[in-house]
Write a protein that binds this ligand. Sequence first.
Ligand code: ACO
Length: 420
Amino acid sequence: MGWPGAALNSLNSGRAAARAMPTKPTPDMQKWCVDEKGQPRIDKGAENLCMDESEICFIDGFHSKLYYRGYSIEDLANYSTYEETTYLLWHGKLPTRSELSAFSDQLRNNREIPQGAYDLIRAIPRDTHPMEALRTVASYLGNVDPEKGKLGLDSMMPKAIRLTAKLPTVVAALARAREGKEPIRPRSDLSHAANFLYMLSGEVPDKFWERAMDVSLVLYAEHEMNASAFATVVVGSTLSDYYSSIVAGIGALRGPLHGGANEEAMKQFLEIGKPENVDSWFKENVLTGKKRVMGAGHRVYKTYDPRAKIFREYAKKSVEVSRDPKIADIYRVAERLEDLIMGQLCESRGICTNVDYWSGIVYYAMGIPIEQYTPIFAIARIAGWSAHLMEYVARNRILRPRLYYKGLLDVEYVPIERRG
Ligand code: ACO
């Protein structure tokens, strides 16, 4: 048998001799991306891609409705807790009293993070955005998980419990490290929401702030196949590990078009500063197309986001409870800007207030730094990411979409010395 390179050489020289001008693929070479007239059929942004069946969440974007497992978001915000909602998302039913108690205990008992994670948090440069730091520490927690290396559905639920319990500890420790403060260890006698606030400040919150945080976690817990859930499921569909999937979700959530919008919305209110500046700011920036209003517009909602309505009530109550004139001013800025959005963007163009518009005001009133708002979103959304991951992988098919290729084929390879 001769050296295979010889055959390859003759093939290459044959190809070079036969090479014609570069071509483009004909429509029938990529028929999954062309319509019956041979034109590209592109679903930019995957807007109309219905990639699977699901029983987790339904959004009725034209009637301001949102349901987790069939329960309305209003009922969940009124009556449920983050722990109960997470159980509902993962198990498909509301827990009995004893199921909820056992589930809450599992979360409470898994809050502590290993010393290595505290060391890593200390080593992360302080000017790192907390979402980028969270991504790093979440990944590290996968390296020290007792079931590390295990792939597939069986290990997902215990890992989901561990990481959901630990993320608030990581976020709080990162927030404190950013300010040069020592971390505060989690307490197991507090609710998920109260313990998080306690770890941030060292003070056990009163009932109003605990409930405000708890409701915000419920509102942020899940939202169907958004960008971060999709990123999570794409990774999971390769049968990769749980932590890799969640880290992908954190990465996607960080962007200002998705979870990062709650920080940007707050910065926008502060930039406007006073209620009397709103109209001119809107005219100069939004009506001219210079800026998007952050916390407005949504791929699915073409009317008011029902979560924004609930956050708005909490923002209003937060102003009353905090009695801080600065927060009252910011609230009035947001109120006036919302009037303009609803009057000039919502009905005519379907760009209405979304979940990220009012949430920041609630966190601002709690004294939480702005760069922590998206990490708070992440500690809530891990419930939804995990639910989708488990549901998808249970009936898995690798996610592998196509692109319409509009480049050239058979381009001659020019050796580097002849390229000039
Ligand atoms: N302010 C002003 N104009 C907007 C806004 C906005 N907030 N949102 C969309 N538009 C305009 C766009 O400029 C575009 O106008 P054009 O057709 O004249 O070019 C049109 O509406 C459609 O915009 P798209 O970006 O194609 O809409 P899409 O559905 O892809 O995007 C998105 C949705 C990303 C949420 C968008 O509305 C946006 O950028 N909003 C601001 C950021 C934000 O609040 N994100 C949080 C969303 S909720 C969440 O992810 C948790």
